[in-house]
Design a protein around this ligand. Structure first.
Ligand SMILES: Cc1ncc(COP(=O)(O)O)c(C=O)c1O
Length: 485
């Protein structure tokens, strides 16, 4: 039996409700300048249809005002919360979420430090003109060349992640005749994701070292004249909605911090990033100022209990600054209604597959983490009752899903533009050339203007890396176009 498209579809996940209006833009999912004007979705004062016409699809769109204002708000939230308890905060933008020269400049202008985790990210931040003193460098396996470069440019801090790295950084710093500031990444045993956190004695993961090994590791750091130990670093996970995991982790770290004070100065404590955002109407992250206050109070209470001076407390948010600022525009190419059995007795319902011109190459998160997203038709509104759809990409993988489940107007059709909100973080950053699709351009919109901040890749870009490619021997093509065209 096929179920009416307007009724709840039994294939829908329990959290997804049939919307009263499948054109409506759910609060919290979209960047702040997104609205519907005359039916068309606009962002930064530019209509989605104009963006698609000028730059093609798929297209990453970043709402510049949203990104800049969130950067300032997040920084202020931590500054204010920690000032309230009598210390300072240091907020690093986690460049891994999305980094380009332009975005690094926005973050710098907003007063944020920047955290990088490869020589490539370091090069982008330096290309943006960011003062190296305001950069931190992470990673569980930094190459010797990366360490050398970071020390050479005068990076503010290196987060040491293994015992071997202590000597490597110390040697590089000695060679350059500098005293390099370092932090030590530890596993607090707290692992948090969205609503819940898990606290274990040991974490089975590649990052950092266990709390029990940290005292010796710090002694080894302190044995090197070329290293200046700044404090502990810990990152408990991503897309975290509440403060409990941070509070538990901070409590564990402070006990260790106290032990370390017996051997010298420990001016800082870095609690990492991981603050969540809404991807669907089911997501309800706590506002960042609330989280900042809770964490500040916990750290202050912990220090009082242990009779410690309050350290400067550092954070590394990425997603919570840039995630909601981004959306991706796609064009619908095909639709298919697939009967899917949902009960043993053979009852079935229709799932409509809506295939778009991008997919896992521009957004790997659904395939990597089963991440949920939502979508809206961007070029028009429709009064046709909603149908459950699954937005699929165009790649040769059945797991190539952009939006697993969403209700869209039942007349969604080839040629429609779809906008997927909250793609600012870890989409461009994780993009690939799977199936030889060129990576889409990134366009920043603001006050009615749109400009490319990272250009899209062409077929020529992709072929240029192929050592056997000889333009003279190739069959003629009209390949100046992007290969999605
Ligand atoms: C060490 C570290 N800091 C900060 C972040 C940023 O996390 P988020 O973007 O979730 O805030 C990550 C993300 O993986 C991380 O590994």
């Amino acid at each position: 039996m096929a179920v009416s498209a307007a009724a709840p579809n039994p294939l829908a996940p329990p959290w997804l409700h049939v919307p009263a209006d499948a054109n409506a833009l759910a609060p919290g999912l979209w960047s702040r300048t997104v609205s519907r004007e005359g039916g068309t979705l606009t962002v930064g004062g530019v209509a989605a249809s104009e963006l698609a016409e000028r730059f093609g699809t798929p297209l990453y769109v970043i709402d510049e005002d949203d990104a800049r204002s969130r950067a300032v708000e997040v920084r202020r939230a931590f500054d204010d919360a920690f000032a309230e308890v009598g210390t300072a905060a240091k907020v690093y933008y986690a460049g891994k979420a999305f980094l380009s020269v332009e975005v690094a400049r926005w973050m710098d202008a907003a007063g944020l430090f920047i955290d990088v985790c490869s020589g490539g990210e370091l090069a982008v931040a330096l290309a943006a003109g960011v003062d190296p003193e305001r950069l931190g460098f992470h990673g569980n396996n930094k190459s010797l060349a990366e360490i050398e470069r970071a020390v050479e440019v005068g990076i503010g801090a290196i987060v040491i992640d293994s015992l071997q790295e202590i000597d490597r950084v110390a040697e590089a710093a000695a060679r350059h005749g500098v005293r390099q500031s370092v932090r030590l990444r530890v596993n607090s045993g707290v692992h948090a994701h969205t609503h819940a956190f898990l606290a274990t004695a040991h974490e089975d993961q590649k990052f950092g070292i266990g709390l029990e090994a940290a005292v010796d590791a710090v002694a080894r750091i302190r044995s090197h004249d070329s290293l200046a130990f700044k404090g502990l670093h810990c990152h408990i996970g991503s897309q975290i909605f509440g403060a409990d995991g941070f509070a538990e982790s901070a409590a564990r770290l402070l006990t260790l911090h106290r032990q370390l004070l017996e051997g010298g100065d420990v001016p800082e404590l870095n609690l990492g990033g991981g603050f969540g955002i809404a991807y669907t109407s089911a997501d309800d992250p706590a506002p960042i100022d609330q989280l900042a206050r809770r964490i500040a109070e916990t750290v202050a209470a912990g220090c009082e209990e242990l009779d410690l001076p309050l350290p400067v407390v550092a954070f590394e948010p990425g997603r919570s600054i840039i995630g909601t600022a981004g959306l991706t525009l796609y064009t619908v190419g095909t639709t298919k209604d697939v009967p899917v059995a949902f009960q043993d007795d053979g009852e079935s319902a229709l799932r409509r597959y809506v295939s778009v011109d991008g997919g896992m190459s521009d957004n790997a998160r659904p395939a990597l983490y089963e991440a949920d997203y939502s979508a809206r038709i961007a070029n028009r509104v429709s009064s046709v009752p909603p149908a459950l759809v699954r937005v699929a990409g165009k790649h040769c993988e059945s797991g190539d899903i952009v939006v697993d489940a969403e209700y869209l107007p039942g007349d969604v059709a080839p040629g429609d533009l779809l906008a997927v909100p909250a793609t600012g973080a870890y989409c461009f950053a994780l993009s690939s050339n799977y199936n030889y699709l060129g990576r889409p351009p990134v366009v920043a919109v603001r006050g009615g203007d749109a400009r490319v901040i990272v250009r899209g890749e062409t077929i020529d870009d992709l072929l240029a890396r192929d050592a056997a490619y000889d333009p003279a021997a190739a069959r003629p093509t009209a390949s100046k176009e992007r290969n999605q065209a």
